[in-house]
Write a protein that binds this ligand. Structure first.
Ligand code: AHG
Ligand code: MN
Ligand code: MN
Length: 337
């Protein structure tokens, strides 16, 4: 029988390679895994129970919150609090940072930034959604409450980033800064099992992912790059294929495995880009780089952007190294406004 490595075994083995580790991150990841399984259970039965549809409230971005958005948010918050290792969370679903300032959590050495349910407009039509999480070491003193400065760290300070994809199978993919590994949920035993070891995004890809509905308002460099993707050049594998799910996690995951580029540039609706730096772009940029790809806002490396506030938005260009170099050439030549 093939030996299966569960997420928890993997975490323990990784921890053993770092004798100085206290086990705090392992506990945190363990609880993230539990939250992912709970959310997966609800996503899977979403068509069966009265959990579909909008909750009738709006979040800080003025977007309708879906019921599953709220469930995922509460579930991840509960598990992060229960880990005792996390002293606060910045979530897409909460305007302000949430401080865990009771009991054990005051001694928690980590903070988490998360998008508890990404792609939630896809829920009602049974299309893949995800969770994005990232973990930083707190800067504020252990033993007291966390503060805003803990949440406004640059992506270069990330300790762990990952996502959960609730798709045709459910996967948890994460990196602790030494490569990217993917775990597929085996529903028969209720465990995430190591299925994708040391994921590397192919340097060349043939997929471009962008919401072309906003084409007219794209920066000129992006328009020209899209035309380049569509031009026929069989020696270089063009025209490329266009794939856009509308769930960042799903679009990013496909490109990670197959090679490709994902672009969400400035548009008239979202002049600074739509995606959020702290809980969407930074974690994905960290994973892209760990897998051998790159991530920019069209000018700067995403991970080096100094965040000003927790819900700030940024354009995002990420994916295969050579495709990213090519789009940069177009942006440099034709401009990114
Ligand atoms: P969320 O559901 O967390 O608000 O995120 C939605 C994001 C992201 O998942 C996706 O890539 C993007 O919005 C899609 O936006 P468009 O519909 O504008 O293409
Ligand atoms: Mn999102
Ligand atoms: Mn979301």
């Amino acid at each position: 029988m093939n030996k299966v490595t569960t997420l928890n075994q993997f975490i323990i083995e990784q921890q053993a390679e770092h004798p100085e580790a206290t086990g705090g991150l392992s506990r945190l990841l363990h609880h993230i895994g539990i939250a992912a399984k709970k959310v997966n259970r609800e996503v899977n039965k979403a068509g069966l129970v009265d959990i579909l549809g909008q909750a009738g409230t709006e979040n800080v971005q003025g977007e309708q919150q879906q019921k599953l958005d709220l469930y995922a948010n509460e579930t991840f918050l509960d598990e992060l609090r229960a880990s005792g290792e996390c002293c606060g969370v910045a979530s897409e679903e909460n305007e302000d940072i949430i401080l865990f300032d009771q009991g054990l959590c005051l001694n928690g050495r980590y903070i988490v930034c998360m998008d508890p349910l990404d792609g939630s407009s896809n829920i009602d039509v049974n299309v893949s959604v995800g969770t994005i999480f990232s973990i930083y070491k707190r800067l504020s003193p252990v033993g007291g409450p966390a503060d805003l400065g803990d949440f406004l760290q640059k992506g270069t300070e990330l300790v762990i980033a990952g996502y959960v994809l609730y798709g045709s199978s459910t996967m948890l993919v994460y990196s602790a800064g030494d490569g990217v590994n993917g775990f597929t949920l085996d529903p028969s035993i209720g465990e995430f099992c190591l299925s994708h070891t040391d994921i590397k995004i192919p340097a060349n890809g043939k997929i471009y992912s962008i919401n072309e509905g906003h084409y007219e308002k794209f920066p000129v460099g992006v328009k020209k790059y899209i035309k380049y993707c569509q031009e026929k050049d069989p020696r270089q594998g063009r025209p490329y294929t266009s794939r856009y799910i509308g769930s960042l996690v799903a679009d990013f995951h496909r490109n990670m495995l197959k090679g490709g580029i994902y672009i969400y540039p400035e548009t008239d609706v979202h002049p600074h880009g739509k995606l959020r730096l702290q809980y969407e772009c930074n974690p994905m940029a960290f994973l892209a780089e760990q897998a051998g790809g790159t991530a920019t806002d069209g000018k700067r490396r995403i991970l080096e952007i100094e965040p000003q506030e927790i819900h700030e938005r940024t354009p995002l260009y990420t994916g295969s190294k050579n495709m990213m170099s090519k789009v940069s050439e177009f942006l440099d030549f034709f401009g990114n406004i």
